[in-house]
Design a protein around this ligand. Structure first.
Ligand SMILES: [Cu+2]
Length: 74
């Protein structure tokens, strides 16, 4: 598994954060969206899903996401 951290621009309220969280949860687990700092972190399986696909899913619902970092976790 990998732990990814993304920046998400365009989130303005708790509703936005919830939408972003739900979009990510379609592909990944342990999702935490930090509205104040405009950051999302989650665990995903790079064998099953490309991080770019997750990033694109966030953009698809109207936000602007960028992969900040990924790190292997056990
Ligand atoms: Cu909102």
């Amino acid at each position: 598994m990998e732990r990814a951290t993304l920046t998400i621009n365009g989130m303005h309220c708790a509703g936005c954060a919830k939408s972003a969280k739900e979009a990510i949860e379609r592909f990944a687990g342990g999702v935490v969206v930090d509205l104040e700092n405009k950051i999302a972190s989650f665990d995903y399986d790079p064998q099953k899903i490309n991080i770019e696909r997750i990033r694109a899913a966030i953009d698809d619902i109207g936000f602007e996401a960028d992969v900040y970092k990924t790190a292997q976790v056990s």
